[in-house]
Ligand binder design. Structure first.
Ligand SMILES: Cc1ncc(COP(=O)(O)O)c(C=O)c1O
Length: 394
């Protein structure tokens, strides 16, 4: 855990902490000042000196973003592509997979909607979508996955932490199973990067997607993709432009060999710089310490919320992170969210449309989602508990 002095410093460096009690780090966290300054300073250079010229001036820092992101997840810089959000990063890799009729996709019950929509989108190629059952704790059953594997499994696609709860899937155990197979292991780490140590070697994933604005605390409109060097040449991006490929003669082009073949030429330059600063900031603080703090802060919040009459926590798994999901009997979550917003608390709700398999399987109502980070103090959590108690009265 961080000391009170350290947390006070992190909060001082976060302008938003003075304005709101932010329990929406899983939606978009509050940017720390160094990130905000990097973005705003670059936008100002663009406005005052020209966009292309500002990018030239920032070239070294822009290249450095690949090193920082690679360090953040234990990858090599050539395995990183910077892409505008986690979904598009995931899509660029997923739609690059040369599916054949008879191929199988194995996924988790807690999978994110956009990923499942992409599975359904290609299902008419004769590809099956199979949900690996959960074990008794509610996390993906590693045993069931092992039993389901065969040569036709083309992809094992897992959300590391779902959008609607703190469940941390057993990513490394899944990786160990995939390592012995022909399947690609695609990890959606949108909610875990920046929240906990995520190391692609330790996990063993072939592809990983993440976003800047959530636990990494970067700007919106930014994300990244990791593709293991060994599988890069198996994947042809669904779109190619003059950045991803070079037009070499009238009827030929050559595709880049590194992960940047998944990028495109025009992008949010200030956002990329901001994401790089956010990753540096997280690395300087230390992902192990961030995770210890988030895990404990969320556990305490769960404990305190569970004491409220009529409130049910809807949490799965053995390892739980910063997302806390609950509902109060007789109080629609949207209504409760609005009442809390009026009292200065930022929370959001999760509905069936974002995690349908899980919400239907458990017959869940729309859920409240309170997500904590290392800038969340016990005092703030206590104030939230009191506000939920008051606002949750019918
Ligand atoms: C598990 C998971 N995957 C993917 C996404 C999508 O990320 P983005 O909005 O950056 O595309 C989210 C967003 O909430 C998420 O929770």
């Amino acid at each position: 855990m961080f000391t009170d002095v350290e947390i006070a410093r992190f909060r001082d460096e976060t302008p938003g902490c003075a304005n709101v009690a932010h329990f929406n780090h899983a939606g978009a966290s509050l940017m720390p000042a160094p990130v905000l300054n990097a973005v705003v300073d670059h936008l100002r250079r663009e406005a005052e000196f020209g966009g292309y010229e500002a990018a030239d001036e920032a070239e070294e820092r822009l290249e450095g973003v690949y090193d920082t992101i690679a360090r953040l997840i234990g990858a090599q810089r050539a395995e990183i592509a910077v892409i505008e959000n986690a979904t598009r990063a995931w899509d660029m890799a997923f739609y690059a997979i040369p599916f054949q009729p008879g191929d199988r996709i194995l996924t988790s019950a807690a999978e994110y909607a956009s990923n499942v929509i992409a599975f359904l989108h290609i299902a008419d190629r004769g590809v099956s979508i199979e949900v690996v059952p959960n074990d008794e704790t509610g996390q993906l059953s590693v045993e069931a996955l092992r039993d389901m594997m065969d040569d036709r499994v083309r992809v094992v696609a897992i959300s590391h932490m779902p959008t609607n709860g703190g469940l941390v899937q057993p990513a490394a155990e899944i990786g160990a199973i995939c390592r012995d197979s022909n399947a690609l292991y695609l990890l959606d780490a949108c909610q875990t990067v920046g929240q906990m140590p995520v190391d692609v070697e330790q996990i063993g994933c072939d592809i990983l997607s993440a976003t800047s604005r959530k636990y990494l605390r970067g700007p919106r409109g930014m994300g990244f993709l990791y593709v293991r060097s060994r599988v890069l040449d198996q994947l042809t991006p669904p779109f190619l432009d003059l950045h991803a490929a070079r037009w070499t003669s009238r009827d030929r082009y050559e595709v880049r060999v590194d992960a940047r073949k998944f990028e495109n030429w025009e992008y949010f330059v200030a956002g990329k710089l901001g994401m790089g600063v956010a990753a540096d900031y997280a690395l300087a603080i230390g992902l192990d310490r961030i995770w210890a703090h988030v895990e404990q802060t969320a556990a305490r919040l769960r404990e305190r919320l569970s004491e409220i009459a009529g409130l049910t926590l809807y949490e799965l798994g053995t390892v739980k992170g910063g997302i806390v999901s609950f509902a109060i009997d007789g109080v629609p979550s949207r209504e409760l969210r609005n009442r809390l917003f009026e009292r200065g608390f930022n929370l959001t709700t999760s509905t069936v449309c974002s995690t349908r398999y899980d919400m239907e399987d458990r017959n869940l109502p729309p859920l409240m989602r309170a997500s904590v980070h290392y800038v969340t103090t016990d005092d703030e959590s206590e104030r939230l508990v009191k506000a939920v108690e008051e606002a949750g009265t019918i």
